[in-house]
Design a protein around this ligand. Structure first.
Ligand code: ZN
Length: 219
């Protein structure tokens, strides 16, 4: 029984003929045909081009052979959250929140990559935990034990000011160190987030509803 290759499926999905795809990645139509029947496999350079044209990672093109994780934050990588270079090629080392447009997005990593890497990041994380636990004195906020890397777009809540104005404090494209904690008094949840520049604490109901800002403190 003939099993059509993933390249065949992706090409069809893009609505490309074998000729059209061949032209885009600088090979002959016959070469495309041979990949699709499994007779041959594209070389490394061509895989790169195919990955860009067909909008999937090289890992996916090769049948998802490896479990990829982001080298910054450890998040499992899928095509939808894998970072890209400015020229549109996938960068299969990092998630799109840690790395975008050719550089590290998170200040923490950008700066710590320069001066010492992962160990320094752990140190910084512990420093932030210490600050959350000693500087803020917020009633009901339990002791912070750990912080995770959180994409801005997941935690960028909109707060309503007393004058009715709505504000956001985070950047959807950045990543932050943060966590969710249950209030010692029950009821609302605490959300905490930080980076090199600030500490933020908010509370919200289940599923992040009715968020209220508790404190936004510059570091
Ligand atoms: Zn990441």
């Amino acid at each position: 029984m003939e099993k059509k290759s993933i390249i065949y499926d992706l090409r069809k999905k893009k609505g490309l003929s074998q000729e059209a795809l061949a032209e885009k990645v600088f090979v002959t139509r016959q070469a495309v045909s041979r990949w699709e029947t499994g007779e041959t496999v594209p070389n490394t350079e061509t895989l790169k081009l195919l990955s860009k044209e067909l909008d999937v990672s090289i890992n996916t093109l090769l049948g998802s052979r490896r479990e990829l994780i982001c080298q910054c934050c450890g998040m499992p990588l899928e095509d939808s959250n894998t970072s890209r270079e400015t020229d549109g090629f996938f960068n299969e080392e990092y998630c799109k929140w840690c790395y975008a447009d050719g550089e590290y997005t998170l200040d923490i990593w950008k700066r710590y990559a320069e001066i010492g890497g992962k160990e320094k990041l752990e140190e910084f994380k512990n420093q932030l935990i210490h600050e959350f636990n000693t500087l803020l004195n917020i009633e009901g906020l339990p002791k912070v034990e750990n912080l995770n890397v959180l994409p801005g777009e997941f935690i960028n809540m909109e707060y309503t000011l007393p004058n009715g104005e709505k504000v956001k404090f985070l950047d959807d494209k950045q990543a932050y160190l943060g966590s969710q904690l249950e209030s010692e008094f029950g009821g609302r949840c605490f959300g905490i987030a930080a980076n090199m520049d600030f500490l933020l604490v908010c509370t919200y109901e289940e599923n992040g509803e009715n968020p209220e800002l508790v404190i936004y403190k510059k570091r």
